[in-house]
Design a protein around this ligand. Structure first.
Ligand code: NAD
Ligand code: ZN
Length: 275
């Protein structure tokens, strides 16, 4: 597992000022949405792909034709999935045991107080759901689900299917894991929800994402192009940092918890003021 404890820390007064600025922007916005990436789950023990400690940074990029492999030979592809379940690699093993961290709970708290309207996550780890976030689009799917390639019906991936490749109960179509692979189109419903949410957003919060994977990152640029503020929380600077109104470099769990505290305080103050 990656060691995130050696990350350089911002001085306390800078952290205070930046999290205060972020909270003020969130309090002023009418419709904030979020984009999260692997970084928000790093403190839950799930390694990222990119970034200093990322799996790809350390081991190189995997073959990018996984979806093509599925389409060409779904049976062989499913045998590899089964093999990985029996002998999990670093990522699969961490996904099995992970629980949400302070960053996930902070996002759910922001939603609960009405400040965060929708979250688009690139993560497949189910941790936002476990933390109680309700308005969520998993743009790259969820590793704990299966999906029919024909009708889109999803079902839990609790057990290894006996028939391989499995067939859909509803339409007989070919079933794969819900996780969206390289070369695979993003499911239409998820994409449409993201487009709709981004089009009405007047602020976007980016947490633990390198913001380089398309189309997920495109929504941030789109919100920005209409003159709306972006807030970034990431261990390291990214391609989008310079375009953010506030970019805070530190661990998602700590920074998001501070932002939520300040937002809650701001809401209380607002309630106390005579109207
Ligand atoms: P990424 O792996 O490309 O980058 C992660 C980012 O998070 C980096 O910028 C890194 O500096 C930052 N980071 C690392 N630790 C952090 C911390 N504690 N707090 C805040 N930021 C931290 O992530 P991405 O941009 O989301 O890349 C996308 C792809 O990786 C997605 O397609 C996603 O499906 C896949 N992925 C998902 C998971 C998961 O479900 N948890 C894990 C690995 C990869
Ligand atoms: Zn089907």
């Amino acid at each position: 597992m990656a060691d995130y404890d050696d990350a350089p820390e911002l001085p306390e007064h800078v952290l205070e000022e930046l999290t205060e600025q972020a909270a003020e922007i969130l309090l002023q916005a009418r419709y904030t949405i979020a984009l999260t990436g692997a970084g928000i789950s790093a403190e839950s023990g799930i390694p990222t792909f990119r970034g200093k400690e990322g799996l790809w940074t350390k081991h190189g990029e995997p073959p990018l034709n996984q979806y093509e492999q599925f389409v060409t030979d779904p049976e062989a592809w499913w045998e590899r999935v089964v093999e990985r379940r029996r002998n999990p690699d670093e990522l699969s093993a961490s996904l099995q045991d992970a629980v949400p961290n302070d960053g996930h709970f902070a996002m759910a708290a922001l939603e609960e107080v009405g400040v965060l309207k929708h979250t688009i996550t690139q993560n497949v780890d189910n941790l936002h759901r476990l933390a109680g976030l309700a308005h969520l689009t998993e743009i790259h799917g969820n590793s704990q689900w299966l999906r029919c390639m024909d009708c889109g019906t999803r079902s839990p991936f609790d057990e290894i299917p006996e028939q391989r490749p499995p067939r859909c109960d509803q339409c007989g179509g070919l079933v794969k894991t819900d996780t969206v692979m390289f070369g695979e189109p993003i499911p239409r419903l998820a994409l449409d929800t993201c487009i709709r949410e981004a089009s009405q957003a007047d602020c976007m919060l980016l947490v633990g994402t390198t913001a380089v994977v398309s189309p997920a990152a495109d929504f941030a640029w789109e919100v920005r192009s209409r003159g709306n503020p972006l807030i970034e929380v990431n261990l390291d600077p990214t391609v989008i940092s310079a375009h953010c109104d506030v970019a805070i470099h530190g661990k998602a769990g700590e920074i998001m918890s501070r932002i939520v505290d300040k937002v809650k305080r701001g809401l209380e103050t607002r309630d106390e003021q005579p109207s």
